[in-house]
Ligand binder design. Structure first.
Ligand code: CDP
Ligand code: CDP
Length: 208
């Protein structure tokens, strides 16, 4: 059973994907981490994530980088959205994601193009979304936990920029697959969103 979860930044797709993996006893891959690792590698090498050749050179990043807490920063999300626009970078990361998706027993993957490109034949597809304001507010609250000077207006502007870059790129843009169920989490608590996600996947797959 393959479950594809896509959506924009801070929509709650990671939270939903993790909970689905636990509920159905499946392994989970947060594919955004791969793009974040490439983005951080480029910047640490003093190169430019907007340049395709610099980004491609960073695609064989060391595995241990995936555990680096800096990958979770909003800056890493921005670098990821630069490198992810290069077709050669997406190409370099496809096999790894497909191998994960097609492992025996199945898997849950979350990202931007799982239901459209990585696993178009997934058994269940969710497109998780929320208003930009709600998403910025979530990131703001996350940031307040680690720093006193989080800036809500700046976070909202970053999220809107990233939405635009991810939706407008030519290659594998962020978009809802025709056969994906929409899950709008704007006014849902985490547990309500998770319950709804489980119900949608059960309805699609007949599995409990
Ligand atoms: O968690 P959040 O949505 O903020 O970010 P993420 O899922 O870690 O993704 C970071 C960036 O990587 C996105 O803004 C996309 O540009 C890119 N990405 C992508 O292009 N395709 C994916 N399957 C996953 C992430
Ligand atoms: O993976 P993605 O960037 O789409 O979002 P996430 O990391 O799952 O969620 C971003 C933040 O929003 C986290 O702090 C979640 O706990 C929170 N969240 C929420 O407040 N309400 C939801 N329905 C889902 C997530």
């Amino acid at each position: 059973m393959i479950i594809a979860v896509d959506g924009p930044a801070a929509s709650g797709k990671g939270t939903v994907a993790r909970a689905l993996a636990e509920h159905f006893g499946l392994p989970w891959l947060d594919t955004g981490l791969l793009y974040r690792a490439v983005g951080i590698s480029v910047v640490r090498a003093d190169r430019d994530p907007r340049k395709p050749e610099d980004a491609l050179a960073a695609c064989d990043f060391p595995e241990a980088l995936l555990d680096d807490p800096e990958l979770r920063s909003e800056a890493a999300g921005k670098y990821a959205s630069f490198v992810s626009a290069h077709p050669a970078v997406r190409e370099a990361l496809v096999d790894r994601q497909r191998v994960f998706a097609n492992q025996p027993g199945g898997a849950v993957l979350d990202g931007r193009d799982i239901g459209t490109v990585i696993a178009p034949d997934a058994d269940a597809k969710l497109f998780v979304t929320a208003s930009a304001e709600a998403r910025a507010d979530r990131r703001y609250k996350d940031e307040l936990r680690s720093s006193a000077d989080a800036d809500l207006a700046a976070i909202l502007a970053d999220i809107e920029d990233r939405d635009r870059r991810d939706s407008e790129r030519a290659n594998a843009p962020l978009k809802r697959a025709d056969d994906a169920d929409l899950l709008d989490t704007t006014n849902l608590t985490i547990s309500a969103a998770v319950q709804r996600a489980i119900a949608l996947v059960e309805a699609r797959t007949g599995k409990r």
